[in-house]
Write a protein that binds this ligand. Structure first.
Ligand code: HEC
Ligand code: HEC
Length: 240
């Protein structure tokens, strides 16, 4: 997978960049390709830094850390925001914010670049905020989640089911509540969102806490120890 990605992206970029220059002499093509790709790289670096305003650890109120998430899932979700399948409901405030965040993203090449960039970042330790009964959580995970999200919460692309092992607790529980209430997976074109929404319908808050505590304890990101209290985004149950 990773190899295909590394090869595919430059190819796609090259295709778009030299598309208009085929009639030029070889030397000119090379030069214009080089200068345009440098230009795009720096433009994309600016865009990534804008994403990181909300997707980095500095802000107390923010979106999820995306580092190390699978390329296919990131690109899938970016497509959904881009086409308005996610992020257009003002009542879902945090998702709506991302609906604003996506406006800068112009096309498929940029989506591919961003998904590739975030999927290649090192994961970072997360602060543990969800406590629960790990034994009950394990039972629940094995009854209700494992068939799609995998034995080690590693995800299953064939079922469009993302890995759950890189999620921070606060984001994990918030998304489960959104699936349960219909704030996520409501759009008529969000086929896979609907699949997940129906998988969450009858779970209580305690079910969610037990299950999330188990997944994070067993498969999740290493635990971070907070140095400063104000650096803990997950202290508030709602990030926005
Ligand atoms: C204004 C803040 C903001 C900006 C800027 C922003 N995002 Fe987001 N993003 C969010 C929030 C908040 C969420 C969580 C949405 C939710 O709660 O449903 C999110 C969700 C996402 C998701 C879905 C993650 C998942 O697990 O499903 C992806 C992917 C994403 N953002 C990528 C990006 C990229 C790439 C950029 C830069 C082009 C960006 N975001 C810019 C706030 C932002
Ligand atoms: C029938 C298959 C299926 C089952 C069962 C299922 N899921 Fe999912 N899950 C999905 C799919 C598909 C998605 C992607 C939804 C989308 O594209 O928005 C998803 C998405 C998610 C997400 C969003 C991740 C993110 O980064 O935003 C979480 C969290 C999640 N599932 C947790 C669970 C848990 C916990 C269970 C067990 C209670 C469960 N799922 C059961 C298929 C399933």
């Amino acid at each position: 997978m990773i190899h295909i990605r590394f090869i595919a992206l430059p190819l796609v970029l090259t295709f778009f960049l030299i598309g208009g220059c085929v009639k030029n002499q070889e030397k000119n093509v090379e030069m214009s390709q080089e200068s345009t790709s440098v230009f795009i790289e720096s433009e994309m670096a600016v865009m990534v830094s804008e994403c990181l305003v909300c997707h980095g650890t500095k802000e107390a109120q923010r979106g999820p850390i995306l580092n190390g998430m699978d390329y296919w899932y990131l690109s899938e979700q970016l497509q959904k925001f881009h086409s308005g399948v996610r992020g257009q409901n003002p009542e879902n405030r945090s998702e709506y914010l991302m609906g604003v965040g996506i406006r800068k993203v112009k096309n498929q090449v940029e989506i591919a670049y961003l998904a590739n960039w975030f999927s290649n970042q090192e994961t970072i330790p997360a602060i543990r905020t969800i406590r629960g009964d790990l034994i009950r959580g394990k039972e629940l995970y094995e009854q209700r989640c494992v068939q799609c999200h995998g034995e080690r919460a590693e995800g299953n692309r064939k079922l469009q089911s993302p890995a759950l092992d890189k999620l921070e607790g606060w984001y994990f529980i918030e998304q489960m509540r959104k699936f349960r209430s219909g704030d996520r997976g409501y759009h008529p074109e969000d086929e896979w969102g609907k699949v997940m929404a129906s998988a969450s319908k009858d779970l209580s808050d305690w079910d969610l806490k037990n299950m999330i505590a188990y997944v994070i304890d067993e498969f999740g990101l290493p635990e971070a120890t907070p140095l400063i209290d104000s650096a803990i985004p997950a202290r508030s149950s709602k990030p926005f």
